[in-house]
Design a protein around this ligand. Structure first.
Ligand SMILES: Nc1ncnc2c1ncn2[C@@H]1O[C@H](COP(=O)(O)OP(=O)(O)OP(=O)(O)O)[C@@H](O)[C@H]1O
Length: 247
């Protein structure tokens, strides 16, 4: 198994708050790995450290073997790793298609190429990916008119426009109704199996993460508490205690 992401002893504090302390994890190419933990356990901070939203205090982050802990978000995105957010980041006044087209800035860097408009292949790719997430029929609607769950699917499709090798998804199913959750899970699995995208997923919905992930890391109080397959993590007494203690 070839590692695509290796996090070693990463720490990050905000003032006196230790959000991450000596966290190590590894994701292999083609895997779907989950990150769970009670509120405030440091999951989002870890994602931000991995994708370059803020510098880490110490430790190493390697993507495809290369050290990336000193790179920032756009550089890491160009290498093929990006994240989505708990709250969707779409432009509600723009159509779904336009949201898709503007989500690949690094592929159209020159002013000339922007003025010349987006190439036909980018339009085609946007339509294909909207079809992939089941939003093709809504491609000319304003994104703000979509339901929250559909907006999450749009955001997922927008991330796919960057042709990532790896995606970090922060609570992809939060706020989505159960019917759409199944649709989203199906898309995540297909992105993994058909498009070959490695996934690291923060998720509070235990049913979802236990079904989706091959391996799960559990954080508590900024530290790595447990790691293993879903069955092992679900039955780990430390994990059970962390959740009960956090309620
Ligand atoms: N920018 C920041 N400034 C100050 N403190 C922060 C900042 N970001 C996170 N924290 C603190 O770091 C700790 C970990 O927060 P983080 O958001 O990473 O946890 P989480 O596991 O993602 O939580 P949740 O499940 O509620 O989203 C918390 O105590 C939080 O208040």
């Amino acid at each position: 198994m070839t590692p695509i992401l290796q996090v070693e002893k990463v720490s990050k504090s905000f003032g006196g708050i230790v959000a991450n302390s000596d966290i190590s994890l590894r994701v292999n190419e083609g895997e779907i790995v989950g990150v769970i933990g009670p509120n405030g356990s440091g999951k989002t901070t870890l994602f931000n450290s991995i994708v370059g939203s803020h510098p880490v205090d110490s430790g190493s982050v390697r993507f495809e073997g290369a050290e990336i802990s000193r790179l920032r978000v756009p550089q890491i995105a160009r290498l093929g790793m990006l994240r989505t957010f708990q709250q969707t980041r779409i432009y509600g006044e723009m159509t779904c298609m336009d949201n898709m087209l503007i989500s690949v800035p690094h592929r159209h860097e020159s002013l000339f190429s922007i003025l010349a408009g987006f190439p036909r292949e980018t339009h085609d790719e946007a339509e294909e990916l909207l079809d992939f997430v089941g939003l093709y029929a809504k491609r000319h609607l304003r994104a703000g008119e979509l339901s929250f769950g559909q907006q999450k699917l749009l955001e997922f499709a927008m991330a796919l426009m960057n042709r990532p090798k790896m995606l970090l998804l922060d609570e992809p199913t939060a706020g989505i109704n159960p019917t759409l959750i199944n649709g989203l899970l199906d898309r995540l699995n297909r992105a993994n199996k058909q498009l070959g995208i490695t996934l690291l997923v923060i998720e509070h919905n235990m049913r979802v993460i236990m079904n989706l992930a091959e391996r799960i890391y559990c954080l508590a109080h900024g530290q790595l508490l447990a790691e293993g397959d879903p069955e092992a993590v679900r039955n780990d007494q430390r994990v059970i205690d962390a959740y009960l203690g956090g309620q």
